[in-house]
Design a protein around this ligand. Structure first.
Ligand code: SAM
Length: 200
């Protein structure tokens, strides 16, 4: 679902970019390491800061990225215009990813799956578009954060069927993704890297 005006403002400012760059991406990097070049996908790319990090910090050769909100995609297009054909952007939905099976070496999620009512459907789609041996780098906000009275007052999230860290990690396994490692910030945030097993 789309962000309300408050969260839209929180996501589109330099402080958010600094936190994503200095803290969040580095957590995922410590758990899952860099990609060996290859093709990456970012779901819910917002204004495109994650795409820059996937290229610079994680070492992807190319990044495809989409967001449900056309305003975000247009901001990302502006930000990423100097990357030429290394970056492709579109308006899209993580529950129906516009890519063939086994397309990507890595998929990245910087905090979007908790915005999706059918979040299990999104995980199944991520697993589908990953190549065997590919990795899913995910950072997610957990039920305790979303259901906090102050957060509920100011931000809009789907409220039913939200997840804690064990539920989320179990759901990754049910979609055929094997968790390689995870970290948590209390009961509010989880970072996890999972891999799709290689075919023998
Ligand atoms: C909390 S923001 C995070 C944005 C960006 N990843 C970042 O870290 O700054 C969540 C983003 O997910 C997008 N979004 C929500 N539901 C989506 C869906 N079903 N498919 C794709 N994007 C979605 C929203 O439009 C928003 O840009």
């Amino acid at each position: 679902m789309l962000l309300n005006n408050i969260e839209y403002g929180l996501m589109n400012n330099p402080l958010r970019a600094a936190i994503q760059r200095r803290y969040e991406a580095r957590r995922l990097l410590r758990i899952g390491g860099r990609m060996a070049a290859g093709a990456a996908l970012e779901i819910g790319c917002g204004r495109g800061v994650g795409v820059e990090l996937i290229l610079e910090l994680f070492g992807a050769s190319t990044v495809d990225a989409f967001d449900l909100d056309p305003r975000m995609v247009s901001a990302a297009r502006k930000r990423l215009r100097d990357h030429g054909d290394r970056v492709r952007l579109w308006v899209g939905d993580a529950t129906a990813i516009a890519a063939p099976d086994a397309t990507y070496d890595a998929v990245f999620d910087f905090g979007i799956i908790h915005h999706i009512p059918d979040w299990r459907g999104a995980l199944a789609e991520i697993s589908r578009v990953l190549k065997p041996g590919g990795r899913f780098y995910t950072e997610e906000m957990l039920a305790s954060f979303i259901t906090h009275p102050i957060v509920q007052r100011v931000l809009d999230h789907p409220r039913s069927d939200r997840f804690d860290a064990p539920t989320y990690i179990d759901a990754l396994g049910r979609c055929g993704l094997t968790p390689l490692g995870s970290r948590r910030l209390g009961k509010s945030v989880v970072w996890c890297v999972a891999s799709k097993p290689s075919v023998r």
